[in-house]
Write a protein that binds this ligand. Structure first.
Ligand SMILES: NC(=O)c1ccc[n+]([C@@H]2O[C@H](COP(=O)([O-])OP(=O)(O)OC[C@H]3O[C@@H](n4cnc5c(N)ncnc54)[C@H](O)[C@@H]3O)[C@@H](O)[C@H]2O)c1
Length: 506
């Protein structure tokens, strides 16, 4: 292919090795649309932390021209780039750590094991067994020949976090370290408060540390598509900010909405914590010229990347309980246990989703294509839109055709407060157009890989052991009651319905 890598034309302006000197007019970058004035007294000069011999120069060397940026699997990568993963013991954090380390990144990370504790508190366990972190780190060295620099620590412990960041000086920080999952945040007041305390306050502390210690480092912060909800107006879910040409017409007046934050309509107290993060990060970029991708990630499904599949001790966790299990992962587990797949309400809800392997590729591409100083950029990370009842059909079809199961589907009273039929138009242009991402893993392929792993005897046994955590009992109303069954049906029995949602990638 003669096409240039996605980040070839990025320059020192994006590079974390650049030290800005002299008269930098930061109002001309990032969120402002003002052009940086040219002319001698306004000249932008930098020094390079990696190439001090260059002295002072204009930040115009492209990644393609710079010898520090070498060709990697997904475009140019800063040689030995230091990436810190917050939440490294989690479903995504562990998977990304192995992927990055395997590609030559210097990976460090922290975790306080809160996910393990929360799942245990609820009487569940990860379906795919995972060893403790000491063994995980050993296995990474034995099987992949990589060393991960891990510290057990709470993100909210600012003193320890600051020391670690000062020591490592990460060039990119990936922030996964939050308590995810809507139902867990809806259990009761204690859970709602803990989720918001943990997520919002620790992130606010992190932003202050970044300002003081590593302001050039990009922050890849995980938000969720659930921040937008599913607006009944049918308004497209732009990438966090209205596009430059967006115009509001009202009461005989008209004005530009370009660059303004789009409305959020979070779907649980967990999602509210993500919206609060969004505003805090947006402000930090504005006040201190930090740079961040706020990634509105769709629901992740799956078990596979090349690295986690190398050895049983390198596998990442997979949860199927009502609080932490995400929909596709839950459905596959239910299919194996012979429980009809639990579709809530009509099942017409449409959600953005993406396979684990594809999500990891997106992260590598974003890490290696940092935003500019002051830039707060939102990226919608989804590879497809799926109706929940269609997801159930896909899982049932793969289970029945390829694994000789007899999978049925059940509609349950919806424990959530949500529209069961709604318009859904998601704009996701940045990953494909600016960062060169093309999804590689269709849902049925990943679902098949999940069945292959989860039908192994020792894993089937683990589903059976904790079968009682599958049916939903946590209701948004506050009532504690198992959802009643509305209907049980065979896969393929339901009409498709005319409305499919729209994913706009062009
Ligand atoms: N998995 C999905 O489908 C999905 C979808 C959208 C967004 N996200 C977001 O992506 C991120 C990662 O998701 P995941 O599925 O890997 O979740 P996870 O719970 O498996 O991983 C998060 C990790 O962070 C750790 N952690 C939490 N709070 C911490 C703290 N205060 N200090 C240190 N460590 C802490 C946990 O122990 C856990 O290991 C989360 O922020 C989540 O909200 C996930």
């Amino acid at each position: 292919m003669s096409e240039k890598p996605h980040n070839a034309d990025r320059t020192c302006w994006n590079c974390p090795a650049a030290k800005f000197k002299g008269n930098v007019d930061f109002r001309g970058c990032g969120q402002s649309r003002r052009i940086v004035p040219k002319g001698e007294d306004k000249q932008l000069m930098i020094e390079c932390r990696r190439r001090p011999e260059l002295g002072h120069f204009e930040p115009s060397i492209t990644f393609e021209q710079c010898p520090e940026w070498i060709m990697g699997e997904h475009g140019y990568m800063l040689e030995d780039m230091r990436v810190m993963i917050l939440g490294m013991d989690g479903y995504l954090g562990w998977t990304l750590a192995l992927k990055l380390a395997n590609q030559g990144f210097q990976v460090s990370g922290i975790d306080n094991y809160t996910r393990r504790d929360c799942v245990m508190e609820k009487g569940s366990h990860t379906l795919v067994p995972i060893p403790n972190m000491t063994r995980r780190l050993e296995a990474a060295t034995e099987e992949l020949g990589v060393t991960l620099n891990f510290r057990r620590m709470d993100l909210g412990n600012r003193k320890k976090l600051r020391e670690f960041i000062e020591e490592v000086k990460p060039e990119s920080i990936v922030h996964y370290a939050e308590i995810p999952c809507a139902p867990y945040s809806m259990v009761d007041a204690e859970h709602a408060i803990e989720v918001q305390r943990n997520n919002v306050l620790a992130t606010l502390g992190l932003l202050h540390i970044m300002r003081d210690v590593v302001p050039m480092t990009s922050l890849l912060k995980l938000g969720t598509m659930g921040e937008y909800g599913s607006p009944l107006t049918g308004r497209p879910l732009f990438e966090g900010l209205f596009p430059n040409d967006a115009v509001l017409q009202w009461d005989d007046r008209e004005w530009s909405m370009g660059g303004e934050m789009t409305p959020r309509d979070p779907a649980s107290f967990y999602h509210v914590s993500k919206v609060q993060d969004t505003y805090n990060i947006y402000e930090a970029c504005k006040y201190w010229w930090l740079r961040s991708y706020d990634i509105m990630q769709g629901i992740i499904y799956g078990v596979h990347t090349d690295e986690v599949a190398t050895h049983p001790d390198l596998r990442t966790r997979l949860d199927y309980d009502e609080w932490f299990g995400t929909v596709v992962n839950r459905f596959v587990s239910q299919a194996i246990e012979g429980i009809p797949l639990t579709v809530y309400g009509e099942g017409e809800q449409i959600r953005g989703m993406i396979a684990l392997e594809d999500a990891m590729e997106c992260m590598v591409r974003l890490i290696t294509s940092p935003p500019e100083p002051g830039q707060y950029d939102v990226v919608n990370q989804v590879s497809g839109l799926h109706k929940i009842k269609d997801v159930a059909d896909t899982v049932a079809r793969v289970g029945n055709e390829k694994f000789d199961l007899d999978v049925k589907i059940q509609r349950l009273e919806n424990p959530r407060v949500e529209a069961e039929q709604h318009p859904m138009e998601v704009v996701s242009r940045k990953l494909p157009q600016e960062h060169g991402f093309e999804p590689n893993v269709p849902m049925d392929k990943e679902v098949e890989r999940m069945f292959e792993l989860l039908t192994q005897d020792h894993i089937k046994q683990r589903i059976k052991e904790k079968k009682h955590v599958i049916m939903p009992k946590t209701r948004w109303s506050g009532e504690k009651k198992e959802s009643g069954v509305l209907e049980v049906y065979q896969p393929g029995e339901k009409e498709k319905g005319e409305y499919e949602g729209k994913l706009d990638t062009e």
